[in-house]
Design a protein around this ligand. Structure first.
Ligand code: P6P
Length: 334
């Protein structure tokens, strides 16, 4: 009798342990870190699934440091990250879209630790209409022994990231990350509570057919950006517009199908709206690891020096063809 074909089920933990063998100096700290990310993702996924039933949608009535209305799930998501990393003694400092200042986790370890930057619930305005949302994270090495000042430890360039990734709370809960060794995705199997390997070495198509931008701001863009945007709607091109209001969801589609997401400076956001440390830099590392490009129009996102933990930046991110076209038509990239 033929045996059932055994598709190897590779959990996130197994993948991390096997990858760790490729890094002879690995201490296992990153493996433990990513396991905690998996735990936070499961907690937030559960909160999202039951939000409407538990009356957890809607705003808190507070405004966050960004001047944006804070949703209940913004705070719950942020708390899930704080609780997951304050006790494991590997994150020395955490920056979050939902916290005015960086949170220091006292650590008696003298070895290397991590600085963690997170957008706990990206696209939270979608919560009230059951839209797609996610969490974005970015990780840097810090040396707790030196007792960095928070600001010193945080004035980083995205190119220094140890790892970056996001969790998408959609029809499936999907975790996508890179540790500078390619881009890998995992899907949460709710029956067994494990993230299962979905794809490794994801490569972004060199050219796509999706463009993602909030055309409601068309009138607030400079002329050259309007001309760039017009190209996607011209009779002789065949692009589709996709814009969900959640950066990571729009980026995820472009990562797999190719194209471009752009949120340029507007008269309302002269520095751009999206945040450098916990939205643009992590996705830029993933984009570059997958063969794509991420720029602010003048320089690669990963080369931008953060001066403040909630810095904003214009962002154009996606396939080589579409982003290079932006740089030709609009950009001044050195
Ligand atoms: P707008 C969500 O608030 C976010 O930071 C990104 O996830 C999203 O792409 C963008 O802002 C949406 O901004 O101005 O189009 O509503």
């Amino acid at each position: 009798m033929s045996q059932p074909s055994r598709t190897k089920t590779i959990t996130l933990d197994r993948f991390l342990v096997e990858r760790q063998r490729d890094f002879p100096n690995a201490t296992g700290q990153f493996t433990r870190f990513m396991a905690q990310i998996g735990t936070v993702a499961k907690i937030i996924a559960g909160q999202m699934r039951h939000a409407a039933l538990n009356n957890l949608t809607g705003a808190t009535g507070e405004v966050n440091v960004q001047g944006e209305s804070q949703k209940q799930l913004d705070l719950l998501g942020n708390q899930a990250f704080v609780e997951a990393f304050e006790y494991v003694d590997m994150v020395g400092i955490m920056v979050s879209e939902e916290m005015d200042k960086a949170e220091s986790f006292d650590s008696d370890q003298s070895s290397l630790g991590y600085a963690l930057m997170v957008d706990p619930v990206d696209g939270s305005s979608n919560i009230d209409v059951n839209g797609i949302i996610g969490s974005i994270f970015s990780v840097y090495d810090i040396d707790n022994a030196k007792r960095y000042s928070q600001e010193d430890a945080l004035r980083r360039k995205g190119r220094d990231q140890v790892a970056a990734g996001y969790v998408m709370y959609g029809p499936s809960t999907m975790l996508v990350y890179t540790a500078r060794d390619g881009v890998h995705s995992f899907v949460l199997n709710n029956e067994i509570g494990e993230f299962i390997l979905h794809r490794t070495g994801i490569q972004m198509p060199e050219r796509g057919y999706i463009f993602s931008a909030n055309l409601g701001y068309y009138g607030k863009w400079e002329d050259s950006i309007r001309a760039y945007s017009d190209r996607f709607m011209a009779a002789d091109t065949s692009y589709s517009l996709r814009y969900s209001g959640a950066l990571l969801a729009d980026f995820h589609q472009i990562l797999h199908q190719g194209g471009v997401y752009f949120y340029p400076a507007t008269s309302e956001y002269p520095q751009g709206k999206l945040r450098l440390l916990y939205e643009c830099a992590p996705l830029a590392l993933i984009a570059e690891q997958a063969g794509g490009i991420a720029t602010d129009g003048a320089q690669p996102i990963l080369d931008i020096q953060a001066t403040e933990i909630h810095d904003r930046t214009p962002v154009i991110i996606g396939s080589q063809y579409e982003v290079n076209h932006y740089l030709k038509m609009v950009g001044k990239q050195t």
